[in-house]
Design a protein around this ligand. Sequence first.
Ligand code: ZN
Length: 243
Amino acid sequence: MSQAINVTIWNEYRHEKKNEKVSSVYPQGMHAAIAEGLNVNANVTIATLDEPEHGLTEEVLAKTDVLIWWGHTAHDEVQDEIVQRVYQRVLKGMGLIVLHSGHFSKIFKKLMGTSCDLKWREADEKERIWVVNPAHPIAEGIGEYFELPQEEMYGEHFDIPQPDELVLVSWFEGGEVFRSGCCYHRGAGKVFYFRPGHETYPTYYNENVRKVISNAVKWAAPVKREYPRYGNAQPLEMIKEKN
Ligand code: ZN
């Protein structure tokens, strides 16, 4: 069996405590449903906003291979110091999976360098998610498309840099489309943005959503090798004197 991947699931964990509709869908928190759905050989750590250092201490991050991020209502409460810490870990090789409303998180915006703005609508509409990159590891085991009977709509234009690889595209009942599964490389780290997961819908119990997240964890896990050396370098070969 492959070596276990150390996965930290970070959840803002505010909607579940304040909104009965959300707590009825996710009584143990959205992080619990995401953790339960991981079909990966993983050691899972849960971290939430209201813990000291948002649960993302140096120690926790140092041993995290892949960080999953769900945030929405309190992006501004995430301390810049912690954002910087996560950012540095990504550049050093930690994988990051940003879910749904995490498109507006400080860490995602910092990694993208754009506004990450989009269109949205809450109208209980159907979402059809198409695989547009069938050979990609994140699409493994996913059919031509899959559907979520009710989701929040996110529409283009989504103000992100051109993804290095686009895996999924959503269509919504109201007519919009959206780049739903976007891969990026930042330094030695890999970043995957995955759209579905509005807090009032049971999206994280969906079999295909769980498969995508599990595949993304495997894809984003760091490659085990030495971090590249930068800066002044001695020549590998003798450099001939030139007259
Ligand atoms: Zn939402």
